[in-house]
Design a protein around this ligand. Structure first.
Ligand code: NAG
Ligand code: CU
Length: 494
């Protein structure tokens, strides 16, 4: 009896101690955001629970309404990046306030790692709503409802492949300014912000589809993980361009920002409209873009990341990034069993939902999924009448006219091209041999080298994945390899 009482008291005491320590928890001053795929299963579960708490408290829906409310003040304009930086920062604060972990941070979805294998992205695993459709794929039950009370919709559309790492980095290193030098009152169609917004930011929205392509996109929790990644890419660009070293007063238009409103408080709905107060205690108002340009000024966020910086062979500012060393590869902490289940689930999904009808097939043929004109996907029926997807590469036809003289010249040029094939590595020899046949014979040596680099890029998915020895042998600098690998977004003129 006494024993039982004692035990009971100590449990009560323990609970009291735990809740006090939760309330007084000292989180580190800087919020460290990590990739979803690297969280442990427990961390992923904690995050899901925090989302649910936010939803139950009605606060989650405030964020959806805020995003819809601010549509034209936050999209297609200068504020796009700083506005979303603050928006997700506040969402993270809300997760801390309403969830069980007062020090929780927003994970990010580094979709560039999933480029080319979109359906297998770790974010679609069972711990993250499990479903590629927004419904439980066993029971069909709705597992997350929108602010308007409908079931979350997703309709994955693989015509919108994610930007690969090399494409994203190509954008990062090639845009020198936040915007162009044009008239500062019009909306910008060029510069880093426009490229990021219209290019790699747009594709995951379009790929996930459904709710994610509406202005109610924050109804889909993937929105926050996606935008954390967009924010991280902006931060990488800022760091790469040395904007991290600047005092807040030194930020200027058009290099670091665009338009006239760098010192105007950004637009968020007042507390009469939504309950969440978007004003910053520290600033005493809604933040200005300048307030959030430096990640270690009014906000304190640090991205833990294992790819971009390593790939650029560049040590990022440790105030902004915790980066893997050049030799480290970080692995997923969630267990193998989950991964296996996820894979099976996805296979099921592909069988039941995703295989296109015969009609779709003709539409999909010719669509370039990787932004490369020579790479198309083809759907073919196998012996069981199941549609199977194949990637088909159409080699360019060698161009020569078929009169005898040109043909003789072609053969001798081809032979001399093949004679230059002195590479020691079999891969390189194969590539060169193929290029001799595929490229116009008028191609210069440099053009062939560039094509070799491109070939390497395609294989590795990562220009800097080419070893230093390879680059040395190719007599190339990193910059040239990078340039050849990247497909920059089209630049529009107003
Ligand atoms: C790193 O970032 C901090 C904060 O923006 C800045 O004060 C510092 O100068 C930067 N360090 C380097 C080496 O650029
Ligand atoms: Cu948005």
């Amino acid at each position: 009896m006494l024993g039982a009482l004692y035990v009971r008291i100590s449990i009560v005491t323990l609970v009291a101690v735990v809740s006090t320590s939760v309330a007084n928890a000292q989180c580190s001053a800087t919020r460290e955001r990590r990739p979803w795929r690297l969280l442990s299963c427990t961390e992923q579960t904690t995050f899901m629970e925090a989302l649910q708490s936010l939803k139950d408290a009605g606060v989650y829906d405030d964020f959806v309404m805020t995003h819809q409310w601010m549509n034209s003040d936050a999209h297609g304009v200068a504020e796009f990046l700083p506005w979303h930086r603050w928006f997700i920062h506040e969402f993270e604060s809300a997760l801390r306030e309403y969830g069980n972990d007062p020090c929780i941070t927003l994970p990010y979805w580094d979709w560039e790692q999933d480029a080319g294998d979109e359906f297998n992205a770790a974010v679609f695993q069972p711990q993250f709503f499990g479903s590629l459709t927004g419904r439980d794929d066993q029971t069909g039950a709705c597992i997350w409802s929108t602010a308007r009370g409908n079931c979350l919709r997703r309709s994955l559309d693989d015509r919108f492949a994610f930007w690969s790492l090399r494409r994203v980095l190509g954008m990062v290193v090639n845009f020198e300014q936040y915007t162009d030098n044009w008239d500062s009152t019009s909306n910008r169609m060029n510069g880093f912000r426009a490229a990021l917004e219209g290019g790699p930011h747009a594709n995951p929205h379009n790929f996930v589809g459904g709710t994610m392509i509406s202005m109610a996109a924050p109804d889909d929790p993937l929105f926050y993980l996606h935008h954390a990644n967009v924010d991280r890419i902006w931060a990488i660009w800022q760091d790469w361009m040395d904007h991290d070293q600047l005092h807040r007063d030194a930020y200027e238009v058009p290099i670091h920002y665009e338009g006239r409103w760098i010192d105007e408080p950004m637009s968020f709905p007042p507390t009469e409209v939504v309950d969440w107060d978007f004003r910053s205690d520290e600033i005493g108002d809604y933040p200005t873009p300048r307030d959030v340009l430096n990640m270690n000024d009014r906000i304190r966020v640090r991205y833990v990341e294992d790819q971009m910086a390593r790939t650029l062979r560049y040590t990022p500012n440790s105030t902004w990034f915790e980066s893997a060393s050049t030799s480290e590869i970080w692995v997923n902490q969630c267990d193998e069993e989950d991964r296996r289940l996820t894979k099976e689930r996805k296979l099921r999904f592909r069988r039941s939902h995703s295989l296109p009808s015969d009609e779709d097939v003709s539409l999909l043929q010719g669509a370039s999924l990787r932004g490369r004109s020579d790479s198309v996907f083809q759907y073919v029926k196998d012996e069981n009448q199941q549609l199977q997807q194949y990637e088909k590469i159409e080699p360019p036809t060698p161009s020569f006219s078929d009169d005898g003289q040109s043909f003789t010249t072609f053969i001798s040029d081809l032979e001399s091209c093949l004679k230059m094939n002195t590479f020691s590595r079999q891969d390189d020899r194969d590539a060169w041999g193929r290029l001799c046949e595929e490229m116009p014979l008028t191609a210069t040596y440099a053009e062939r080298m560039a094509a070799m680099a491109e070939d390497e890029c395609d294989k590795n998915g990562n220009p800097f994945g080419a070893t230093p020895q390879w680059i040395e042998r190719m007599k190339m600098t990193n910059e040239i390899v990078a340039f050849e690998c990247f497909h920059l977004p089209d630049r529009f003129e107003t």
